[in-house]
Each structure stands twice: as structure tokens, then as C-alpha cells.
Design a protein around this ligand. Structure first.
Ligand code: ACO
Length: 430
């Protein structure tokens, strides 16, 4: 056998197949013909060992704690470029030059307004509605203003869909927030940059414009970049799964938001702060009792913001954020007791055999909420901020999937363990 082939020994004989080469990282055993040739399927709940596509967008080395977007290290791009530049990089595979960036910024800026009929859409929700529910619903809703029911095939139409989503998502998010606090919606002002505009729509009022604080703008820019893509995570795999049925980009992204909302994924940033606040507020809760609860297999409680499917080392995004949290608080002349609790929890966990043996480290959500809080965002908006950040990643994956000749409708197999065929029993004889 050559180094590029693999053999799986089965009762019925060997299955010989190709080993697919990656440019770096895990190589793939091609099992596409396994079932038709042998009658066996692979069993892999949660797809922990399954590559669902070839991709050239993002690379993670989980053991080394490395994250690259189109080859660029996250530490380099997070601090040096704008969120829209990273979005361009993810979508089109290269960093834009000056002319391309100017055109891209202008293109996004000129599409930030929502159709005025969307006002009544926001009005229809109850004030207590979670903004993630409003965000996903609005993503579907804005698609009704465009002809996106067919999967577009022309690059121009796909680019227009991407631009529409990127341009309007901060407006949708800010309006969902304004609705929840009973304040008038604030329209976008295209004199502002992407991040400034979002802050303006979130925190300005018709009666007074928010002074834009460059510290907050910089911090939010970094946070959005740190969330921009993470290869085949749960929400991105959902976007690809929905898109594989040839559903349009809007429907696929809205479905991804549903996946992101869960507390084991993007919902963890809200859950972390709730957990830290609970420790802070409960005089009987200690760092050690929290660690013990997280280790107890009879308790569903987990240390939120800890652990990751891919990282067996410190998540590089959490590394940036751990340092950045203090920096932001210092620059804003603030302190937050939850940051001290988070640090103590991290130190206790990293010194505990349970977490060491399982290679559980802080993930991106562990420190992000503390910064979002310092920037003035309410907890219920945290996962929405994650969604705005992850949007270019979802779109880039949808585009890649759409262009990939290997794409087939996502339709896994199962190991059926239920009843085999039995005779129907009429109701009066049961
Ligand atoms: N607290 C306590 N124990 C944990 C934690 C945690 N946060 N995370 C994992 N473990 C334990 C599991 O109980 C399991 O132990 P076992 O081997 O004795 O059964 C072992 O570590 C492996 O964990 P799995 O759940 O099998 O790992 P998986 O890859 O399926 O899940 C996940 C990863 C969902 C992130 C998990 O670590 C978790 O629930 N973390 C808390 C929620 C969280 O922070 N989510 C955000 C992730 S990052 C993101 O999506 C942006």
C-alpha cells in the first residue's frame, strides 16, 4: 500500500481507499464508497472525526493553540486590521488593497438601512423577546425584500447577498435591542465606520448622539474579529447543512444563528457571566465549590467558557481576550469583580487534575462577556455580538460550499437500533 492509501479490515474483506492530503493538519480517509462497496457505515456522533468538506478558509491546530484565517495568525489580524477587512479576507481569500478596501467599505456603508416596512416587524415582537430570536427572524424577514428564493448561481447575486447581510446585521441587532428597552430605533449614519455605526445605533437616542469612544470602537473591532470564523463549528456546519439543500444564504445564516444560540456554543458567553455573577452574589459559593460541581458527573453543571472540541491547549482567542479584558477596564478606568472571579476560577481549574487530564482550557467565551459588559452591552446581547462577528465566516463557508463540486445534500446515515418489522395491530386489539 502506498502512503496515500488506507485499508480498513472488515469481516467481509479489506476496504482499500485513498488518503486525502491536507496542506497542514489531519489527513482524510475517503470513506465515500465504504457503504456502497461494503454495507458498513462509520459511526461518529457529533462528527468529532468527520471532515464534512475540503476548506481553505480557516485552520486550527488544537494542540498548539493556533488559529489561522486564510493563513494569517489571529493574533496579527485581530490587532492590526478592521473587521470589514477580515470579512473581505474570509470571503475573497486575500486582504484587500487600499482601493479594494475603500470600495468594500463604501459598498457596505451604502446598504446599512433596512426597508422602512421592517419597523413594523420589530414592533410586533414582545419587549421581553430574546434578541437572538429577533435577529434570526429578521434575517429571514429581510430576505423577503429580495429575490433569494432560488439559490443564486451568479457571482454578482451571491456577492450582493453577502453585502446585504453584512451591511444590515448591525442595524437589525441594534433595533432588536432598542425594541427590548422601549427606545426609538436609531437610523444608521454612514459617516461612521462599521463598528462606530453599530455603537451609534445601539446607544444614541434621537435626542442626543452618543459620543463615539475610540477605546470602545477598538475593543469591539477586536472582539468581532476574534469571533469571525472557526472552521466547522456547530453553527457553521448548520449553515453548510442547510445550504447543501440549496437553500439561500439568508435561510442558511438564520439557521446558523439558531445553532449559535445554544449554551454549549455561542450562548456560552451569556452563560459565563450568569455563572460568574451567581458566584459573586451567593455568599456560600466558593471557587472550589464551583470547580467541584463542574467535576461532579451526577450534576449537569459545567464550567461555562471552558473546554473545546478542537483545542486541547489554550484557545488563542481566549489568550488575547484574557489580557485585553484588563486593558479595556484600565483604559475605561473601570474595575469588575467578575474579572477577578474569572481569573481565580481559571487558575483553580488549570491546577486541577480533572481539567488537566481532559485538557480543558478557557475558550473564547470565558473572557469575552466581561469585555462586552465593560463596553456597555447588556447580557442578552452577548450572543448577538457573537453572531455579528461570526457572520462573515458563515457567509464565506456558504460561498465555498456553493462553489464546491464535492458538495452533496447533507444527509447522514444512522445505526438503526429500533424494532424490526412487526405486524400491525388494530386499535381494538392493543
Ligand atoms: N466543565 C466540566 N467538564 C467538562 C467541561 C466543562 N466546561 N467541558 C468538557 N468537560 C468534560 C466532559 O464532561 C467530558 O468528561 P468525561 O470524559 O469524563 O466524560 C470531557 O470533558 C470531554 O468533554 P465533551 O463534552 O465530550 O467534549 P465535547 O467536545 O463534546 O464538547 C464543549 C465541547 C461543548 C465546548 C464542552 O467542553 C462544554 O460543554 N463546555 C462548556 C460550554 C462552553 O463553554 N461552550 C463554548 C464552546 S466555544 C464556542 O462554541 C464558541
Amino acid at each position: 500500500m502506498s502512503e496515500h492509501t488506507a485499508r480498513i479490515g472488515l469481516e467481509t474483506g479489506p476496504y482499500d481507499t485513498e488518503v486525502l492530503q491536507a496542506s497542514v493538519g489531519n489527513q482524510g480517509i475517503d470513506v465515500r464508497k465504504l457503504r456502497p462497496q461494503t454495507g458498513y457505515v462509520t459511526f461518529d456522533p457529533g462528527f468529532a472525526n468527520t471532515a464534512i468538506a475540503k476548506s481553505s478558509i480557516t485552520y486550527i491546530d488544537g494542540a498548539a493553540g493556533q488559529l489561522l484565517h486564510r493563513g494569517y495568525g489571529i493574533e496579527d489580524i485581530a490587532m492590526n486590521v478592521s473587521f470589514l477587512e477580515v470579512s473581505y479576507l474570509l470571503l475573497y481569500g486575500k486582504l484587500p488593497n487600499v482601493a479594494e478596501l475603500d470600495a468594500w467599505n463604501a459598498d457596505i456603508s451604502s446598504h446599512t438601512m433596512l426597508n422602512e416596512e421592517m419597523r413594523s416587524f420589530f414592533d410586533a415582537f414582545p419587549r421581553r423577546a430574546h434578541p437572538m430570536a429577533v435577529l434570526a427572524s429578521a434575517t429571514y424577514a429581510i430576505s423577503t425584500f429580495y429575490d433569494v428564493y432560488r439559490r443564486p448561481t451568479r457571482k454578482q447575486e451571491i456577492d450582493a447577498g453577502a453585502r446585504t447581510l453584512l451591511a444590515k446585521m448591525p442595524t437589525i441587532a441594534a433595533w432588536a435591542y432598542k425594541k427590548s428597552i422601549g427606545e426609538p430605533y436609531v437610523y444608521p449614519n454612514n459617516d461612521y465606520s462599521y463598528v462606530e455605526n453599530f455603537l451609534h445605533m445601539m446607544f444614541s437616542r434621537p435626542t442626543e448622539d452618543l459620543p463615539i469612544d475610540p477605546v470602545i470602537v477598538k475593543a469591539l473591532n477586536v472582539l468581532l474579529i476574534l469571533h469571525a470564523d472557526h472552521e466547522m463549528n456547530c453553527s457553521t456546519a448548520t449553515v453548510r447543512s442547510v445550504g447543501s439543500s440549496r437553500a439561500n444564504m439568508f435561510a442558511s445564516v438564520a439557521a446558523g444563528m439558531g445553532a449559535l444560540w445554544g449554551p454549549l456554543h455561542g450562548g456560552a458567553n451569556q452563560a459565563v457571566i450568569e455563572q460568574l455573577q451567581a458566584i459573586h452574589d451567593d455568599p456560600d459559593a466558593t471557587i472550589q465549590s464551583t470547580i467541584e460541581r463542574a467535576k461532579d458527573k451526577n450534576d449537569e453543571f459545567r464550567l461555562m467558557g471552558f473546554g473545546h472540541r478542537v483545542y486541547t491547549n489554550y484557545d488563542p482567542r481566549a489568550k488575547v481576550l484574557a489580557a485585553f479584558a484588563q486593558d479595556v477596564l484600565d483604559r475605561m478606568a473601570m474595575s469588575d469583580p467578575l474579572l477577578d472571579i474569572a481569573r481565580e476560577l481559571e487558575a483553580a481549574a488549570l491546577a486541577d487534575d480533572y481539567f488537566v487530564e481532559r485538557k480543558l482550557f478557557p475558550n473564547v467565551d470565558f473572557y469575552s462577556g466581561i469585555i462586552f459588559r465593560a463596553l456597555g452591552f447588556p447580557q442578552r446581547m452577548f450572543t448577538v455580538l457573537f453572531a455579528i462577528g461570526r457572520l462573515p465566516g458563515w457567509i464565506a463557508h456558504w460561498m465555498e460550499m456553493n462553489n464546491d463540486p464535492d458538495t452533496r445534500i447533507m444527509r447522514p446515515r444512522q445505526l438503526y437500533v429500533g424494532e424490526t418489522a412487526r405486524d400491525y395491530v388494530p386499535l381494538d386489539q392493543r
